[in-house]
Design a protein around this ligand. Structure first.
Ligand code: SF4
Ligand code: SF4
Length: 185
Protein backbone atom coordinates (compact mmCIF):
# COMPACT_ATOMS: atom_id res chain seq x y z
CA UNK A 1 0.00 0.00 0.00
CA UNK A 2 2.88 2.28 0.87
CA UNK A 3 4.40 1.73 -2.59
CA UNK A 4 1.01 2.43 -4.22
CA UNK A 5 0.81 5.73 -2.36
CA UNK A 6 4.37 6.60 -3.34
CA UNK A 7 3.62 5.73 -6.99
CA UNK A 8 1.02 8.49 -7.13
CA UNK A 9 3.70 11.10 -6.47
CA UNK A 10 7.05 9.64 -7.52
CA UNK A 11 8.61 7.96 -10.54
CA UNK A 12 10.03 4.42 -10.04
CA UNK A 13 13.57 5.88 -10.12
CA UNK A 14 12.65 8.40 -7.42
CA UNK A 15 11.03 5.63 -5.33
CA UNK A 16 14.26 3.65 -5.64
CA UNK A 17 16.31 6.70 -4.68
CA UNK A 18 14.16 7.01 -1.56
CA UNK A 19 14.42 3.30 -0.78
CA UNK A 20 18.22 3.53 -0.93
CA UNK A 21 18.56 6.71 1.09
CA UNK A 22 19.61 7.10 4.68
CA UNK A 23 17.89 3.96 5.94
CA UNK A 24 19.58 0.73 7.01
CA UNK A 25 19.91 -0.46 3.42
CA UNK A 26 21.36 2.83 2.23
CA UNK A 27 23.89 2.81 5.05
CA UNK A 28 24.87 -0.77 4.17
CA UNK A 29 25.58 0.33 0.59
CA UNK A 30 27.78 3.25 1.61
CA UNK A 31 30.39 0.94 3.14
CA UNK A 32 31.17 -0.74 -0.20
CA UNK A 33 34.83 -0.10 -0.90
CA UNK A 34 34.83 -1.40 -4.47
CA UNK A 35 36.92 -4.48 -3.85
CA UNK A 36 35.22 -6.45 -6.70
CA UNK A 37 34.83 -9.62 -4.63
CA UNK A 38 31.15 -9.72 -5.62
CA UNK A 39 31.83 -9.41 -9.34
CA UNK A 40 34.61 -12.00 -9.28
CA UNK A 41 32.47 -14.60 -7.52
CA UNK A 42 29.13 -13.94 -9.26
CA UNK A 43 28.32 -16.86 -11.60
CA UNK A 44 26.29 -14.62 -13.92
CA UNK A 45 29.16 -12.11 -14.20
CA UNK A 46 31.48 -15.00 -15.07
CA UNK A 47 29.03 -16.47 -17.57
CA UNK A 48 28.39 -13.13 -19.30
CA UNK A 49 32.06 -12.11 -19.37
CA UNK A 50 31.35 -9.20 -17.00
CA UNK A 51 28.42 -7.79 -18.98
CA UNK A 52 26.36 -8.33 -15.83
CA UNK A 53 28.22 -6.98 -12.82
CA UNK A 54 26.82 -6.73 -9.26
CA UNK A 55 29.48 -4.21 -8.22
CA UNK A 56 28.27 -1.83 -10.94
CA UNK A 57 24.74 -2.03 -9.52
CA UNK A 58 26.03 -1.12 -6.07
CA UNK A 59 28.10 1.74 -7.52
CA UNK A 60 25.19 3.18 -9.52
CA UNK A 61 22.93 2.90 -6.48
CA UNK A 62 25.52 4.78 -4.43
CA UNK A 63 26.09 7.47 -7.07
CA UNK A 64 22.37 8.21 -7.30
CA UNK A 65 22.15 6.93 -10.89
CA UNK A 66 18.87 5.12 -10.36
CA UNK A 67 17.54 5.93 -13.86
CA UNK A 68 20.31 3.83 -15.38
CA UNK A 69 19.35 0.89 -13.19
CA UNK A 70 15.58 1.18 -13.54
CA UNK A 71 15.03 2.54 -17.04
CA UNK A 72 18.11 1.46 -19.01
CA UNK A 73 18.62 -1.82 -17.10
CA UNK A 74 22.37 -1.38 -17.37
CA UNK A 75 23.40 -3.75 -15.92
CA UNK A 76 20.23 -5.77 -16.20
CA UNK A 77 19.28 -6.60 -12.62
CA UNK A 78 16.92 -9.33 -13.85
CA UNK A 79 19.99 -11.35 -14.83
CA UNK A 80 20.70 -11.84 -11.13
CA UNK A 81 19.57 -15.30 -9.99
CA UNK A 82 19.49 -14.26 -6.30
CA UNK A 83 21.94 -17.03 -5.39
CA UNK A 84 23.43 -14.72 -2.69
CA UNK A 85 27.03 -15.81 -3.29
CA UNK A 86 28.06 -12.17 -3.57
CA UNK A 87 26.47 -11.31 -0.26
CA UNK A 88 28.06 -14.27 1.51
CA UNK A 89 31.52 -13.22 0.35
CA UNK A 90 31.28 -9.43 0.64
CA UNK A 91 33.91 -8.37 3.21
CA UNK A 92 31.84 -5.30 4.11
CA UNK A 93 28.52 -7.12 4.63
CA UNK A 94 26.84 -4.94 2.04
CA UNK A 95 23.22 -6.01 1.70
CA UNK A 96 23.40 -6.80 -2.02
CA UNK A 97 20.41 -9.15 -1.86
CA UNK A 98 17.97 -6.54 -0.52
CA UNK A 99 19.38 -3.97 -2.93
CA UNK A 100 18.65 -6.20 -5.92
CA UNK A 101 15.10 -6.73 -4.64
CA UNK A 102 14.37 -3.00 -4.42
CA UNK A 103 15.97 -2.38 -7.85
CA UNK A 104 13.84 -5.18 -9.35
CA UNK A 105 10.71 -3.76 -7.71
CA UNK A 106 11.45 -0.31 -9.14
CA UNK A 107 12.15 -1.76 -12.60
CA UNK A 108 8.85 -3.67 -12.43
CA UNK A 109 7.01 -0.43 -11.58
CA UNK A 110 8.68 1.06 -14.63
CA UNK A 111 7.32 -1.88 -16.68
CA UNK A 112 10.84 -3.08 -17.31
CA UNK A 113 10.12 -6.64 -16.28
CA UNK A 114 10.67 -9.87 -18.22
CA UNK A 115 7.55 -11.70 -19.40
CA UNK A 116 8.66 -14.84 -17.54
CA UNK A 117 8.17 -12.94 -14.27
CA UNK A 118 4.80 -11.43 -15.18
CA UNK A 119 3.44 -14.75 -16.45
CA UNK A 120 4.45 -16.44 -13.21
CA UNK A 121 2.90 -13.61 -11.20
CA UNK A 122 -0.28 -14.04 -13.24
CA UNK A 123 -0.36 -17.76 -12.41
CA UNK A 124 -0.04 -16.97 -8.71
CA UNK A 125 -2.77 -14.31 -8.96
CA UNK A 126 -5.18 -16.59 -10.81
CA UNK A 127 -4.40 -19.94 -9.16
CA UNK A 128 -2.72 -19.11 -5.87
CA UNK A 129 0.43 -20.94 -6.97
CA UNK A 130 3.10 -20.59 -9.65
CA UNK A 131 2.50 -24.12 -10.96
CA UNK A 132 -1.24 -24.85 -10.94
CA UNK A 133 -2.38 -28.39 -10.26
CA UNK A 134 -2.95 -30.39 -13.43
CA UNK A 135 -4.22 -33.99 -13.84
CA UNK A 136 -0.68 -35.16 -14.74
CA UNK A 137 0.73 -33.62 -11.54
CA UNK A 138 -2.07 -35.11 -9.39
CA UNK A 139 -1.43 -38.56 -10.92
CA UNK A 140 2.32 -38.27 -10.38
CA UNK A 141 1.80 -37.33 -6.73
CA UNK A 142 -0.40 -40.41 -6.27
CA UNK A 143 2.23 -42.64 -7.91
CA UNK A 144 4.90 -41.23 -5.60
CA UNK A 145 2.70 -41.74 -2.55
CA UNK A 146 2.59 -38.00 -1.81
CA UNK A 147 -0.38 -36.48 0.07
CA UNK A 148 -2.96 -34.43 -1.82
CA UNK A 149 -1.86 -30.90 -2.53
CA UNK A 150 -3.30 -28.20 -0.25
CA UNK A 151 -6.33 -26.27 -1.41
CA UNK A 152 -5.37 -22.64 -1.79
CA UNK A 153 -7.68 -19.77 -0.94
CA UNK A 154 -7.18 -17.85 -4.18
CA UNK A 155 -9.34 -14.93 -3.01
CA UNK A 156 -7.08 -14.46 -0.01
CA UNK A 157 -3.98 -14.43 -2.24
CA UNK A 158 -5.66 -11.92 -4.56
CA UNK A 159 -6.63 -9.67 -1.66
CA UNK A 160 -3.01 -9.62 -0.51
CA UNK A 161 -1.66 -9.05 -4.01
CA UNK A 162 -4.17 -6.24 -4.59
CA UNK A 163 -2.48 -4.40 -1.73
CA UNK A 164 0.74 -4.33 -3.81
CA UNK A 165 1.40 -2.89 -7.29
CA UNK A 166 1.25 -6.46 -8.72
CA UNK A 167 -2.23 -6.05 -10.18
CA UNK A 168 -1.36 -2.74 -11.89
CA UNK A 169 1.68 -4.42 -13.46
CA UNK A 170 -0.42 -7.39 -14.64
CA UNK A 171 -3.12 -5.14 -16.17
CA UNK A 172 -0.42 -3.15 -17.99
CA UNK A 173 1.14 -6.37 -19.33
CA UNK A 174 -2.24 -7.68 -20.51
CA UNK A 175 -2.88 -4.44 -22.41
CA UNK A 176 0.61 -4.52 -23.91
CA UNK A 177 0.18 -8.13 -25.08
CA UNK A 178 -3.24 -7.32 -26.57
CA UNK A 179 -1.76 -4.35 -28.48
CA UNK A 180 1.10 -6.50 -29.79
CA UNK A 181 -1.32 -9.22 -30.96
CA UNK A 182 -3.46 -6.56 -32.65
CA UNK A 183 -0.44 -5.12 -34.44
CA UNK A 184 0.66 -8.55 -35.68
CA UNK A 185 -2.72 -9.11 -37.40
S1 SF4 B 1 32.14 -7.34 -2.42
FE1 SF4 B 1 31.08 -5.84 -1.15
S2 SF4 B 1 32.60 -4.25 -0.72
FE2 SF4 B 1 33.36 -5.47 -2.44
S3 SF4 B 1 32.63 -4.35 -4.28
FE3 SF4 B 1 31.12 -5.91 -3.81
S4 SF4 B 1 29.62 -4.86 -2.54
FE4 SF4 B 1 31.46 -3.62 -2.53
S1 SF4 C 1 22.98 -12.96 -6.04
FE1 SF4 C 1 22.99 -12.19 -8.13
S2 SF4 C 1 24.69 -10.77 -8.19
FE2 SF4 C 1 24.98 -12.02 -6.37
S3 SF4 C 1 26.29 -13.69 -7.01
FE3 SF4 C 1 24.20 -14.42 -7.26
S4 SF4 C 1 23.65 -13.92 -9.37
FE4 SF4 C 1 25.48 -12.74 -8.86
Amino acid sequence: MLVTLKMEKLSPSAILREDLSENELGISLRVCYNCSTCSTICPVALETGGKYNPRTIIQLANFGMQEKLVEDLMPNVWDCTMCELCQEECPQNVNLHETFIVVKNAAALSHNIPTSYTSETKQVYENGKAVPLQPAIIKRREQLGLPESYNIDVKEIQTLMDMTPAKTILIYEEKREATETQEEK
